[in-house]
Write a protein that binds this ligand. Structure first.
Ligand code: QAP
Ligand code: CO
Length: 171
């Protein structure tokens, strides 16, 4: 296994719309292993393939306390918004390091996806899992959580991260 380089906002490659995975083969399972390792190393709870510059519809998530319950979603799609009542949640992103902002998203959703075994499944998600799934599915369409903020807030974040990159900062 190896860790992958994460694209940092405002990298334009984060705007790429990912394409569907055909069948899950060895190449995909290796990618998923590396995405999980990258997510765990970064202390993340979710990562989309887009963030590691692979433009395929793949998400890995682990919202468990022990970090031992990986969830892999291939070609995820929203089936139903079960509870449209918006839940406020402070969101972060491995591609927007150091910034957290409160957003509101539907609190309970039903999604459909393919697993590593190539089988389709449905999943009802609420609470933080619902939020993370929606956040990661946005990445596959080139959307980032900062897009929901005011232009001013997004510009401040963009400028700070651009400056850090220019200075070669690692934090
Ligand atoms: C998405 O994001 C998420 O700024 C996953 O310095 C997170 O795992 C959705 C992270 C929270 C909803 C709520 C961010 C790690 C990880 C940082 C992440 C950082 C180090 C973010
Ligand atoms: Co993200």
């Amino acid at each position: 296994m190896s860790t992958l380089k994460i694209l940092i906002f405002p990298d334009p490659r984060l705007r790429t719309v990912a394409t569907a995975v055909g069948t899950v083969d060895g190449k995909i399972t290796t990618l998923v292993d590396n995405m999980l390792e990258t997510m765990y190393e970064g202390k993340g709870i979710g990562l989309a393939a887009t963030q590691v510059n692979v433009h395929k519809r793949i998400i890995v998530i682990d919202v468990s306390e022990e970090k031992n319950k990986p969830l892999v979603l291939i070609n995820p799609s929203l089936e139903e918004i079960i509870e449209p009542k918006k839940m406020p949640y402070s969101e972060g992103c491995l591609s927007v390091p150091g910034f957290y902002e409160e957003l509101e998203r539907p609190s309970k959703v039903k999604i459909k996806a393919t697993g590593l075994d190539n089988k389709n499944f449905s999943l009802e998600a609420e609470g933080i899992l619902s939020v993370v799934i929606q956040h990661e599915m946005d990445h596959l369409d080139g959307k980032i959580f900062v897009d929901y903020l005011t232009n001013l807030k997004r510009e401040i974040i963009r400028k700070k991260l651009s400056k850090q990159k220019k200075l070669g900062a690692t934090s």
